[in-house]
Design a protein. Structure first.
Length: 248
């Protein structure tokens, strides 16, 4: 069964950079493990950070607009077709690392068969990997509308401002029931050397579990396309032991 990490938060909080940092840490700790990056963010920036412009999405399967790489095999059931189509849109990114993009999703309120068929096909896909990292759209609710799966650790990325902490509490409230009893906490990102007293007081007031702190990396202002940051990777390593993730 795959280990699953979800990274949530407001757009611009640094989610994609943190997803890539976790990828590098997993690759370092477990070089033989297979990893699936699951881009559930409407911005779909994760592929771009690897230099890929990925147009084929799970939404394309649902809408019937996906152009397949090969001819469609004959005599398949609808479920078999969706599972085959899902495999067709998985993009190899690096050795032992693949990427799939969801983009727009259907509501769980929709009773059309394809909703449950896509859910089942995604579950089957992610179970093939050792580690899955979800780059989420704001909270876990949007992901849950696509696939109902347990998450081992959910990280809410917040910036060190009162407004961002207020928003983190909302994300926690929206995500709690979808975390399925897994670890759920806040990582403060883009922290500079100034007084964080008010932020910590708010975190305490809202009973938010702070998992770690990541400093601001000025280098990302100059070269932010690939979202790579050794500083952020090393910072995550300092609190990685607190996470409900394999420790190596």
């Amino acid at each position: 069964m795959a280990i699953k990490l979800a990274v949530t938060g407001k757009s611009g909080s640094g989610k994609t950079t943190i997803v890539k940092a976790f990828l590098r840490i997993f690759q370092e700790l477990f070089p033989q493990k297979s990893i699936l990056l699951f881009d559930n963010d409407l911005g779909s920036e994760l592929g771009h950070s690897f230099g890929h412009d990925i147009r084929n999405t799970i939404y394309g399967i649902r809408s019937g607009k996906h152009e397949y790489k090969t001819g469609i095999p004959e005599n398949m059931s609808k479920q078999e077709f969706i599972e085959w189509a899902m495999e067709d849109i998985v993009a190899p990114i690096e050795e032992n690392t693949d990427l799939i993009v969801s983009w727009l999703i259907g509501s769980k309120d929709c009773r059309c068969p394809i909703t449950s068929q896509i859910n089942d096909a995604i579950l089957k896909l992610i179970d093939r990997y050792d580690i899955v990292i979800f780059d989420c759209e704001f909270d876990l609710k949007y992901l849950n509308q696509l696939v109902d799966t347990d998450i081992d650790t959910t990280i809410i990325v917040a910036n060190p401002t009162d407004e961002s902490v207020h928003l983190a509490k909302r994300i926690e409230e929206f995500s709690y029931k979808y975390a399925a009893g897994g670890q759920l906490g806040v990582v403060l990102n883009k922290v500079e050397n100034y007084d964080l007293t008010s932020v910590y007081e708010l975190l305490k007031k809202y009973d938010l579990d702070i998992l770690g702190v990541i400093p601001f990396d000025a280098a990302l202002k100059v070269n932010s396309i690939d979202r790579e940051s050794l500083l952020i990777q090393e910072s995550i390593k300092q609190f990685y032991f607190r996470l409900n993730l394999p420790q190596g």
